[in-house]
Design a protein. Structure first.
Length: 207
């Protein structure tokens, strides 16, 4: 029964992540914006809505959601909103550190995940559930809201080789930690697309 309840909650969260509470405003070609879906968690972002990333392109005309899901049939009008048909289901985002760790290396940085772990700063980006004992409820620990400016592999490789070796050596551990702390803003979820002025419901429908 507990497993069925957990599965139901997971499916519900995924479906709610596909629904925006307003119509998408017009997006300029090559613009990247984020918008709030009908999904929030009490333990993350102070109960504010999660975000969906939308990127458009003029040549060829396209709209990509969360870097991997393409809108294949846009702007299907309904009586109470709009349907955008996408070719991949949208998965609610992981906590920041897990997102960096699991991201394709072309997008983010294997150097960064190693650096955060070496500096004992992974918990500053992570959020995970601690299971309760017996009949007690579990609780979440870590950072409930954070903005991280994560250097890419190219950024690390642009540093002088001697500096790279120093930062990742025991002698440079303290400097590396201070450097990474400068890239992390706690208790803040910074994103683009702060406001949506329309009131129509916007639905992303799977094919």
């Amino acid at each position: 029964d507990k497993r069925r309840k957990s599965l139901k909650s997971l499916v519900s969260a995924i479906l709610r992540y596909h629904v925006l509470v307003a119509e998408l405003p017009s997006i300029q070609p090559a613009e990247i914006s984020t918008f709030p879906p009908n999904l929030s968690f009490q333990y993350a972002l102070d109960d504010e809505a999660q975000r969906i990333r939308v990127q458009t392109s003029l040549i060829p005309p396209s709209m990509v959601i969360n870097l991997y899901s393409n809108v294949v049939r846009p702007n299907i009008r309904t009586s109470n909103g709009i349907i955008q048909v996408v070719n991949h289901p949208l998965i609610p985002p992981f906590p920041a550190f897990s997102q960096v760790f699991n991201a394709p290396r072309s997008f983010l940085s294997s150097y960064a995940t190693s650096a955060f772990q070496r500096s004992s700063l992974a918990d500053n980006l992570d959020l995970h559930l601690i299971s309760g004992k017996k009949n007690q409820e579990g609780h979440f620990t870590g950072s409930s809201a954070v903005t991280a400016f994560v250097p890419s592999n190219c950024a690390f490789e642009a540093l002088p080789k001697d500096l790279q070796l120093y930062l990742f050596s025991p002698f440079g551990a303290r400097v590396l930690k201070r450097l990474l702390q400068f890239h992390v803003v706690p208790d803040l979820g910074l994103h683009t697309g702060q406001s949506i002025i329309h009131s129509l419901r916007f639905i992303l429908c799977l094919v």
